[in-house]
Design a protein around this ligand. Structure first.
Ligand code: PMP
Length: 355
């Protein structure tokens, strides 16, 4: 949805920044927020009153639809600061497109591209001091939309609130992951909302993930809901398997999120001459490959941690450990991606977006 510029972005600045109170060396992911936030309401069929104002509480009624029906979608993206102090986004148009894909599925009105970029870039310029230099440090950006009509009938809301909040972060996951392959629970189903970043998708993952954690695993590898035979995603990441020298990842579908990191890894692999098979991989094939030693690597891809290394998986109560290998693809893609994100390397695909 494009919008001709008939709006004014209102700006209310903070009086005193909170930045001095922040211990940037000990950030806990997603708990600290920058001085300002963006807010825009949808009423009477139009987005209106776009405003950047000090980060703070919202006032909503208990009858607000989001509280009852979870009609909400979100995005996760990052901004990086290079050594010269310039700020870059990574493929931000992909996130705007995806929030609108998610919104459509949740019967939420799409948000205009021009306003999104003006709001995001203005907000980032205002809160630039919160971005720390150094590879691994970034600003995690959370755009989201909530249904905000005061009405408890189970039908789409007539009013919405679109917001952007920003959190300074250092590396998200630390260490390698042990994962368990889902045999009972699913995160998404055919015809459902798995391809959307719908709030409820994440709430529904918490319980099975807790069960995995109780058994000493950090994440669940989700399988298809019909047969639990095909490997689909890892926690809140897309997942890649390296069998011999071929990289395998599931094709996107209505059950799988079309990850920005996933498509960037595929592009880098193809550029680097690494064979990528975008195809369904069965759990049986994975177990066979683990047994005969052809399984070399498993890794997750996502904005928060870029690439997460998996060093073992459990299936039907058997643990399969992955070998330590030289020339890891996961390490290589992590470095290649971060070098582009932090303006440390050329940007052949034009993924960097200078703010
Ligand atoms: N799958 C799911 C379910 C996710 O929530 C995410 C995080 N957005 C991803 C994959 C990775 O997507 P991206 O690379 O765009 O962050």
């Amino acid at each position: 949805m494009s919008l001709t510029k008939d709006y004014t972005l209102n700006i209310e600045k903070i009086n005193t920044s909170r930045i001095g109170q922040v211990d940037f060396k000990n950030l806990v992911f997603g708990t600290t927020f920058t001085d300002h936030m963006f807010e825009c309401d949808y009423k009477n069929g139009a987005w209106q009153n776009p405003t950047i104002r000090p980060y703070g509480p919202l006032s909503i009624y208990p009858s607000s639809k989001v509280l009852h029906y979870g009609q909400a979608v979100f995005e996760g993206m990052k901004a990086y600061k290079d050594e010269k102090g310039s700020i870059f986004l990574f493929r931000p148009l992909e996130n705007l497109k995806r929030i609108n894909i998610s919104s459509k599925r949740l019967a939420i009105p799409e948000f205009p591209e021009e306003l999104f970029f003006e709001a995001l870039e203005t907000l980032l310029k205002m809160d630039k001091a919160w971005a720390q230099t150094g590879v691994g440090n970034s600003l995690y950006i959370r755009p989201f939309v909530i249904a905000n009509e005061n009405c408890v009938s189970a039908s789409p809301s007539n009013e919405y609130k679109f917001m952007i909040i920003i959190s300074p972060v250092s590396a998200y996951y630390s260490g390698e992951l042990k994962v368990v392959i889902a045999e009972q629970y699913s995160r998404s189903a055919d015809g459902g909302v798995g391809f959307a970043k719908a709030a409820g998708n994440y709430a529904a993952q918490f319980y099975p993930t807790n069960l995995a954690k109780e058994k000493g695993f950090q994440q669940v590898i989700w399988t298809d809901s019909n047969s639990h035979k095909y490997l689909e995603e890892a926690g809140t990441m897309n997942v890649f398997f390296r069998i011999n020298d071929t990289l395998i990842t599931a094709p996107t579908s209505d059950r799988i999120l079309d990850g920005v990191t996933r498509k960037s890894v595929i592009a880098l692999a193809e550029r680097d001459g690494i064979k990528v098979d975008v195809r369904k991989l069965t759990v049986t094939e994975l177990v066979e490959a683990a047994k005969d030693g052809s399984l070399k690597e498993i890794f997750g891809s996502g904005t928060a941690a870029v690439i997460s290394f998996v060093n073992g998986f459990s299936y039907k109560n058997t643990l399969y450990n992955l070998p330590k290998i030289e020339n890891s693809y996961a390490k290589r893609f992590k470095k290649e991606l971060m070098d582009i994100q932090y303006n440390l390397a050329a940007d052949p695909f034009e993924w960097r977006h200078k703010v």
